[in-house]
Design a protein around this ligand. Sequence first.
Ligand code: NAD
Length: 447
Amino acid sequence: MALKLTVIGTGYLGATHAAAMAELGFEVLGLDIDPAKIETLSAGRVPMYEPGLEDLLRRHVAGLPDSSGRLRFTTSWEEVAAFGDIHFVCVNTPQKHGEYACDMSYVDSAFELLAPHLKQPALVVGKSTVPVGSAARLAARLAELAPAGDRAELAWNPEFLREGFAVEDTLHPDRIVVGVASEHAEKLLREVYATPVGEGTPFVVADYPTAELVKTAANAFLATKISFINAMAEVSEAAGGDVVKLAEAIGHDERIGKKFLRAGIGFGGGCLPKDIRAFMARAGELGADQALTFLREVDSINMRRRAHMVELAREACGGSGFLGKRIAVLGAAFKPDSDDVRDSPALNVAGQIHLQGGQVTVYDPKAMENARRLFPTLGYAASALEAVRGADVVLHLTEWQEFRELDPAELGAVARGRHVIDGRNALVPQGWREAGWTFRAMGRPHA
Ligand code: NAD
């Protein structure tokens, strides 16, 4: 009989995982502690913006016209426990307030709420990003709390999806990593992922700590790569070089590669910043803190980018401050094709300028609502053109396609000052300069 799956925590990761598992042919039941989210998902609507996800959801949510009916949502733990052979835990693991460490309270609470209902054999699969050592601890807790005892088993299956490509990445992942304690658990997970594995996705089997570390190591590497090129941007700026040319040239070396070498205002979002900090904190607890002190530098290079962008904006305003100046901010999401504003560099820069007296107007194609909730005192406009109207300086802070297609001449006609700063090195300087703008970008000469 086909396996029945549940997904606990239906945010960016969980909602995508649930819909993708239904697409792969499984019966899926999703649970969240947020009843509003469950109501939205049950109606076939996605509570966030993720390309392709709403279509996928509508294809499977029970009760919708022409749907497969394989996907349902609930807030009942009893129902979830009775339904599932495999339970994927996808809840959030934010940074603790005032500390670098990971806040495990959501994961812990999900286990405490689920386990007492597990009367039949079940595999609980953690997908959240957690500090190494969590799986071993949770496996013991699960066996202790579940009426099924040690027939309630744990596996860890870290997730590598990228927001903006979440559906594609979940249906066709570049690798699947599982940390297991038995052949039985491995067999079940091979069954779940038979389709992508059949298409050639590598399936890496490891123990718990290795599987947990794979995720944090991957994010630490990516963060390091971004901060590396941003450090090169700092040096290029000081030396009068061009970091875009530099990145292109070093990227031809296959050992370096071209990806993740775009200098700019750095990384943000709900993953990289908190994951590298949690990794450092955990290494400290393990007595291996020296191994990761370089991540502190990676983090501070990254945060310096935001401050540097504020300084560039101040210079463009004439150098004496932001009072009485209007600044248009293009972009609020932490990356394009997402409405996620968690630790968004764009909003961070907008907020800093606002706090220093600038009149900031933000426009983002998808993240307006989330941005407004987080920074209600910023100004918001309904289009890029409206944001730029009357502005002294324009900052390009999230590299949406829409911004690359803007007409500099049209914007120039409504702006008060023609100064643009590209915080993502994604605009074509020539077109802006030809339309009479002064164009600055991070790590590039400012002709
Ligand atoms: P999110 O905040 O969007 O979603 C988490 C969901 O879990 C929320 O809907 C919340 O209501 C729910 N929740 C919290 N506590 C719960 C509980 N006890 N029981 C049931 N539901 C509960 O977070 P996210 O971005 O989806 O991230 C989830 C995890 O996945 C994190 O560990 C994150 O690091 C990891 N991850 C995220 C991504 C990504 O791109 N978003 C990629 C890879 C890994």
